[in-house]
Design a protein around this ligand. Structure first.
Ligand code: ZN
Ligand code: ZN
Ligand code: ZN
Length: 358
């Protein structure tokens, strides 16, 4: 919070309004419900932060990790919280930073009350802090990644042929928690032509011999996420599946090799993309190479053309190139990596070669 306040001041902002969600958890450890009743941590340069909560949640806030460390103020249930925010922030004319996840209804209330202030995303201040993971955070991310690897190991020792995607997705969710996650967050199972849709929602299609199956899944551990993708062949893969998988595998390795402190995020995207382009599949790689990961499944830094932000030690993100052939199949390989002094370390160790399952 001290660093956030320093950055708020140096960015010329009058304050930060941090709403329930990952920003609030990061700064205070308080997991508050995002509701129509306003809860907000107010970061005020030059003075102490204050946590403003609905009166009925005062006990909950005091019992949280924020209690005793941060002054908690409450507003009455029949009252209006927005004038309270104006008073607590000192009615700034300077721009105010608001969490990306602040509800529009709350922002509209703040805009009405702080009519002279402009509003900017608080991520301008908070993303650079959240992007550099400390050892505790890296430990949780590594534990989550290890549990994802184990979930994959358990799933691929089962028979997939003859099962519906949604049944395999349910099994994956069970393995995610069984292998050590607190909760399963998402389970993409894209078999055959469904694999060509990167965010396919697992459905009723029955997995068949010869299918290529994209498995992309993750869960959270201590609030931090895993996100792993492997594409497996059911039975013997066709030559075409082998070829495309080999290209994606090389693209994923090239991107990993490109990671080092000081390298622009977009260079990692270029490294993966150039392998796929040179193999003639450029138009079939229809998304960025990766996304940051931490308290959110997707967060900065984004590994995408146009992002010239230099990577820093402690950044964690996915490397997940893919090739998607509409009506046929898709292939994606994804690991979570951390930037180290000398390059990168993969938090996932699951085999990246094409694996054939029953
Ligand atoms: Zn995705
Ligand atoms: Zn994923
Ligand atoms: Zn991902």
């Amino acid at each position: 919070m001290a660093r956030a306040a320093e950055r708020t001041a140096s960015a010329g902002l009058g304050g930060l309004v941090v709403s329930p969600g990952p920003d609030l958890v990061y700064l205070t450890g308080y997991e508050a419900p995002p509701l129509e009743r306003l809860t907000a941590l107010l970061i005020r340069p030059g003075t102490d932060p204050v946590l403003l909560v609905p009166e009925l949640e005062h006990p909950r806030a005091e019992a949280s990790p924020a209690g005793g460390r941060i002054h908690v103020e409450s507003w009455p249930d029949a009252g209006d919280p927005y004038p309270v925010v104006r008073e607590l922030l000192g009615g700034p004319d300077a721009p105010v930073g608001v969490s990306d996840r602040l509800w529009a209804s709350h922002l509209l209330g703040l805009q009405r009350e702080l009519s002279h202030a402009s509003f900017v995303p608080a991520s301008a201040v908070l993303a650079p802090l959240r992007m550099r993971k400390d050892d505790g955070e890296l430990g949780l991310l590594a534990g989550a990644a290890e549990a994802a690897d184990e979930a994959l190991r358990r799933l691929t020792s089962e028979v997939l042929e003859g099962r519906r995607e949604e049944d395999v997705a349910a099994a994956l969710a069970m393995h995610l928690t069984g292998a050590g996650h607190d909760t399963a967050a998402f389970t993409i199972v894209g078999s055959g032509p469904n694999g060509a849709s990167p965010h396919h929602h697992a459905g009723e299609r029955e997995i068949r011999d010869g299918d290529c199956v994209v498995l992309d899944f993750g869960g959270s551990l201590g609030g931090y996420f895993s996100d792993l993708t492997r594409t497996v062949a059911v039975g013997a893969p066709s030559d075409h599946i082998r070829e495309v998988h080999g290209i994606v595998h090389r693209a994923q390795a090239a991107a990993f090799q490109a990671v080092a402190p000081g390298v622009a995020a977009q260079e990692v995207d270029r490294a993966a993309r150039s392998v796929i382009e040179q193999a003639g599949y450029g138009p079939d790689f229809i998304h960025r190479t990766g996304h940051g990961i931490g308290l959110e499944e997707h967060e900065p830094p984004y590994i995408v053309e146009g992002n010239a932000t230099p990577l820093q030690v402690g950044n964690t993100f996915s490397i997940e190139p893919g090739i998607y052939l509409a009506g046929r199949f898709g292939v994606r390989i994804e690991d979570i990596v951390v930037v180290t002094e000398t390059g990168a370390r993969s938090l996932n160790q699951a085999p990246r070669e094409l694996v054939s399952v029953a």
